[in-house]
Design a protein around this ligand. Structure first.
Ligand SMILES: O=C(O)c1ccccc1NCC(=O)[C@H](O)[C@H](O)COP(=O)(O)O
Length: 268
């Protein structure tokens, strides 16, 4: 596991233990049962990718690699801008220490739009999965680099039991092989090397060839231009998770619209 994932895992397990002590699982489950119905995250992405591109647009204030990305940070307004620009789904960082995220950003952003939303956080415990639904999430992230196979299966089953979708995230061939034993159709290939923080689209170029044909590739991180999206489409990726390059725009809706304007034809 990379240093950053080790560091995040250490504080996240402490955070989860503190949350469990403060709010019992039964109470989180009661809140999750009262949450509005799930919006189909995977279904929306797959539909959008048939016509053009599926875009998971990320609400991301800061990151370990870049520090503060956007100071003028209003999650509901950003969610609306993404929706106006044609995004398919939202991703909202809820991790505080590394991303300056907050649970409330997820609920507020999702309630401002009709898009499904991913709780973007580092998941280790089914308590966090119930929490995600209680915060109105429609999808959770499982990072194969930071969990065992048994943990990944447990988290995936818990998400499905709540009616949520799961975005599996891999960085290399070994993680991709492990992820292909799970059930989720959404296979995220993260272009960011978590040891160096460098991004290279070569990661998607290489790993896309090994993704089973019944899975939907989601190309994640380091994407900036329509040309890059068209390049990735040639490798079978028609769904994208994009944060920083859109968060740095003054006109977020316009930039999102421009990125999605002329989708290339794909190979899958
Ligand atoms: O963004 C980081 O610096 C980072 C560092 C350590 C772990 C995860 C990290 N990012 C999470 C993500 O997956 C990205 O936020 C997401 O793919 C969007 O990437 P980008 O478009 O490059 O902001």
């Amino acid at each position: 596991m990379s240093d950053i994932l080790e560091k995040i895992k250490t504080y996240k397990l402490e955070e989860v233990a503190a949350r469990k002590a403060a709010v019992p699982l039964s109470e989180v489950e009661a809140r999750a049962n009262d949450a509005p119905p799930v919006r189909g995250f995977a279904e929306n992405l797959q539909r959008a990718a048939r016509e053009g591109y599926g875009l998971i647009a990320e609400i991301k204030k800061a990151s370990p690699s870049k520090g503060l990305i956007r100071s003028d940070f209003d999650p509901p307004a950003l969610a609306k801008a993404y929706e106006d620009g044609g995004a398919t789904c939202l991703s909202v960082l809820t991790d505080g220490p590394s991303f300056q995220g907050d649970d409330s950003y997820l609920t507020a952003a999702r309630s401002a739009v009709s898009l499904p939303a991913l709780r973007k956080d580092f998941m280790y415990d089914i308590y966090q999965v119930a929490e995600a639904r209680a915060l109105h999430a429609d999808c959770i992230l499982i990072i194969l680099a930071s969990v065992s196979d048994a943990q990944a299966q447990e988290l995936e089953e818990a998400a499905f039991a709540w009616g949520m979708d799961v975005l599996l995230e891999v960085h290399n061939a070994e993680e991709l092989e492990r992820a292909s034993h799970l059930k989720s159709p959404l296979m995220g290939i993260n272009n960011r090397n978590l040891k160096t923080f460098e991004t290279t689209l070569d990661t998607t170029r290489t790993l896309s060839k090994q993704v089973p044909v019944d899975r939907t590739i989601v190309c994640e991180s380091g994407l900036n231009t329509p040309e890059e999206l068209a390049d990735m489409a040639r490798y079978g990726a028609r769904c994208f998770l994009i944060g920083e390059s859109l968060m740095r725009q003054e006109d977020v809706a316009g930039a999102t619209r421009e990125l999605l304007a002329n989708p290339a034809r794909g190979v899958r």
